[in-house]
Design a protein around this ligand. Sequence first.
Ligand code: URA
Length: 246
Amino acid sequence: MRLQKYIAMCGVASRRGAERLIESGRVLVNGSLVDYMGCEVDEKRDEVSVDGKVISPEGRLVYIALNKPKNYVTTVSDDLDRPTVMELVSDISERIYPVGRLDFDTAGLLIMTNDGDFANAVTHPSHQVDKTYIARVNRPLERSELESLRSGVELDGRKTAPAKVEPLGDPKRAHEVKISIHEGRNRQVRRMLEAVGAEVLSLKRVAVGSVTLGSLPEGKWRRLKQVEIDKLRGRKNHDKGNDNQR
Ligand code: URA
């Protein structure tokens, strides 16, 4: 479809207004300036931005992975006026929101979407989606402490569900542990480690289900692949094509 028609369809401007935007050099297609008429775009594949903001038609479902730095809140707004993760995704025009939460002082993988059913599926306890964290602690953990973490420690009078816990590197020297849990209790990983007497120096989430943080730079986001979306949703059939998001 014609670029100006697509811009109008996204509600950014009228068709004529879209032509003016193009002519004045405010429109990029897949990162390249398009300031002439006659450009065609494929609405399913091409990324169009106006004044640096990616645009899309209303109702388009968006699923992203953000590498949240610490000292950002995972709410849409904050009473204390602290930085929110929304500031890191301001180049997305849809109203996306975080799926679950990470503490202010926790960094790492945060999934965001505007698909409420998907968000429910990922956070609902019955789905038992594993969340994997790397915690840096003040000392190596004893074998017995690792075992306690694996089998469950008492928090608020209730034992945590079995967890996968591995020290990273040489167990005698390791000051980092990898922990996978599927529950989502308040500050759960920090409190589990505190329960065995360790002090958490930093905490980072590296995976949610099979979606991993990989080499995504801190403060940056990427779109989830269709197979990642389907797996998180709990669907077995991953070959639906990537046609429900840009
Ligand atoms: N566990 C924590 O302690 N903090 C988080 O942000 C997530 C899990």
